[in-house]
Design a protein around this ligand. Structure first.
Ligand code: SF4
Length: 180
């Protein structure tokens, strides 16, 4: 029997909504699973990092800190084709709202003016999510396929995975990315 293409997915800074849209494929998920081997994904117990030589990697979310950057680079190294799934991965989406200069006000409100403040000061922690600029995935690694939408429609994810599973690059048109 021919070896099935392998697929791995992971998320960076997002809301998990794109992976939920993946699950919205419903019965078609069963069909896709018959044609691919899902080697690692946060939506099952297969949470270990993907091994080298994965055919298709799917990443959700913007790159927000050094650990996101590590995950993005690891996926790029280990996956032949890399898919940016959802607006956060494609162009930065909602996480990039923090890049607009209201950072200090947000930090003061959370850490200084809040009733639950611990010592009345903003922590000096470079890994604090809001301290860093959020970036779209292709500012960190090369991306092969863009699947926009917040989240992308289940139909678009299905079409993209089906094409990739058959060794073709998906050519999604406007109507494929429309919810209605
Ligand atoms: Fe969530 Fe939308 Fe970002 Fe997907 S694109 S992770 S649904 S905010």
């Amino acid at each position: 029997m021919a070896k099935k293409p392998t697929v791995a997915s992971d998320w960076l800074c997002g809301c998990a909504g794109c992976h939920m849209s993946l699950l919205d494929m419903d019965e078609r998920l069963v069909e896709i699973i018959q044609h691919v081997d899902l080697t690692a994904t946060p939506i099952t117990d297969l949470k270990q990092p993907p091994a080298a030589g994965v055919d298709v990697g799917v990443l959700e979310g913007a790159v927000n800190n050094s650990s996101n950057e590590e995950v993005a680079k690891r996926m790029r190294e280990r996956c032949r084709v890399l898919v940016a799934m959802g607006d956060c991965a494609v162009f930065g989406g909602i996480p990039t709202m923090r890049n607009r200069g209201c950072k200090q006000a947000a930090l003061r409100r959370a850490y200084v003016e809040s009733e639950s403040t611990v010592d009345g000061r903003v922590p000096d922690d470079p890994e604090l999510a809001v301290m860093q600029e959020a970036r779209p995935l292709d500012q960190v690694v090369e991306v092969d396929v863009y699947l926009p939408g917040c989240p992308p429609p289940a139909d678009a994810i299905y079409l993209a995975l089906k094409e990739l599973a058959q060794g073709r690059m998906p050519e999604l048109k406007g109507k494929d990315l429309d919810w209605h």
